[in-house]
Design a protein around this ligand. Structure first.
Ligand SMILES: Nc1ncnc2c1ncn2[C@@H]1O[C@H](COP(=O)(O)OP(=O)(O)OP(=O)(O)O)[C@@H](O)[C@H]1O
Ligand SMILES: [Mg+2]
Length: 234
């Protein structure tokens, strides 16, 4: 069957599937610095599709709405059609990454309660931070919707943190993207993978895309993604 392409980004392709579903195909591309650096890591599409499926199922089991419908093939998920909001929502439990550059916060500081941030998806401007006024001005989210999303982020954090902690892993932060379904309801879309979260173990081993950001060999990055999928699938 010939699939019609709806959209293509840096790491995924969206295809038509049915009147209410799309296919979301994960590519082998790995990128950093808003696309400034790019490589092909064979097997990554499959690893990320599987990792996303594990987390979407986990959230659904905990009554959190996601776009996940099922698995189509090795690197493709069946998802609900959403009108995506071009905003990245980040929740941080432990400080690392952009926040320690942007604010007087030290690497490793613990946020209790966690910090939630909104960023505009705009690679050319390096995804600038947005507050409620910006979200309203750009007609991205009302204050009520932004608050609702913050609640969902907190709930997702509790579920994912507990799940990973039971496996000896620590969730530093994660990013979600939301979209609206045909009823205008806000639903989690996109992906939940090591590209979109930071996970370490008790010995401080890094499993996530920070390995690639730091310039580790692709073999090392792939091994970490594989090991992580094995751990969360047990
Ligand atoms: N359920 C969904 N319905 C519609 N679009 C979706 C869904 N889930 C994800 N998408 C969209 O799929 C596109 C491709 O994903 P990818 O992560 O490769 O894009 P990206 O590199 O982040 O950049 P951009 O979103 O700017 O194209 C994204 O635009 C994302 O918003
Ligand atoms: Mg993306």
């Amino acid at each position: 069957m010939e699939l019609k392409k709806v959209a293509e980004g840096k790491t995924k392709i969206v295809y038509e599937y049915s009147s209410s579903y799309y296919l979301l195909r994960f590519k082998d591309s790995i990128t950093a610095g808003d696309g400034a650096r790019k490589d092909e890591m064979s097997g990554k599409g499959t690893l990320n599709a599987r990792t996303s499926a594990v987390f979407f199922k986990l959230l659904e089991e905990n009554s959190i709405k996601t776009h996940f419908v099922g698995v189509y093939d090795d690197n493709t998920l069946i998802v609900k059609r959403l009108k995506m909001i071009p905003v990245e929502v980040v929740l941080r439990n432990i400080a690392t990454g952009s926040i320690v550059k942007r604010l007087p916060i030290k690497e490793g500081e613990v946020f209790d309660p966690p910090i939630v941030e909104f960023f505009l998806k705009d690679d050319l401007r390096h995804d600038p931070l947005l507050n409620y006024s910006h979200l309203r001005y750009f007609k991205l989210l009302t204050k009520e919707e932004a608050e609702r999303i913050e609640e969902v982020m907190m709930k997702v954090n509790v579920v994912m943190r507990k799940f990973l902690e039971e496996k000896g892993l620590i969730l530093y932060d994660f990013k979600l993207e939301f979209g609206k379904d045909e009823n205008g309801e806000l639903i989690i879309g996109d992906e939940i993978t090591l590209d979109s979260m930071r996970v370490r173990d008790k010995d401080n081993r890094i499993y996530d895309k920070d390995l690639y950001r730091r310039g580790e060999a692709l073999e090392v990055v792939r091994k970490a993604y594989e090991d992580f999928l094995n751990i969360i699938s047990r």
